[in-house]
Design a protein around this ligand. Sequence first.
Ligand SMILES: CC(C)(COP(=O)(O)OP(=O)(O)OC[C@H]1O[C@@H](n2cnc3c(N)ncnc32)[C@H](O)[C@@H]1OP(=O)(O)O)[C@@H](O)C(=O)NCCC(=O)NCCS
Length: 157
Amino acid sequence: MLTVYRLRWRDAWFCWRLARDPVVRENSLDRKKPGPFKHFSWMRHWHNNSHDEALAFILMIDGERVGLLRLWKSIYYPVEIGIAIHEDHRGEGYGAEAITMGRGLARFWFPGQGLHAQIRVGNPASMTVFERAGFESVDVLIGGIVLMVARPQRGAS
Ligand SMILES: CC(C)(COP(=O)(O)OP(=O)(O)OC[C@H]1O[C@@H](n2cnc3c(N)ncnc32)[C@H](O)[C@@H]1OP(=O)(O)O)[C@@H](O)C(=O)NCCC(=O)NCCS
């Protein structure tokens, strides 16, 4: 079973490798590989615990880091969710489990606010895991981005 904790500076190397993974880059809205300075700024932004607008969580299985889950308040949507699983652990079922955890975390940190995801049209693995975790496609945006929204869950506030 996956566990999570809030991002720490000691996770910088793990996040650096994820950020430079070609599959992660290909499926991100910003496809440019980050250099060290950009990555440092990224870490500082997501590590900053003094505000709750941008939360990053490391996903763990048996004491090993397997992925990154992020929740943030965006300009266009109440709350967005993003996920990346390390290449060594893709296809092991963690994607959907992580998104389901993300939904729970979003209910805690951003109660009553709609949860959205932006997925590239050519990213079927991501579409599959978000659908499995209870999201549905509601629109296709400029640039071939599918907007997905979390369907309400029974019994969840
Ligand atoms: C998308 C991602 C998070 C999925 O994580 P994962 O742990 O590999 O996902 P799971 O193992 O839970 O499931 C993947 C499912 O997608 C399916 N899938 C994979 N490639 C597919 C394809 N080309 N077409 C259709 N389905 C596909 C798999 O078969 C699997 O379904 P199954 O369990 O029925 O076999 C992971 O691939 C990743 O980190 N990608 C890079 C980052 C990214 O794209 N993030 C999403 C944008 S926020």
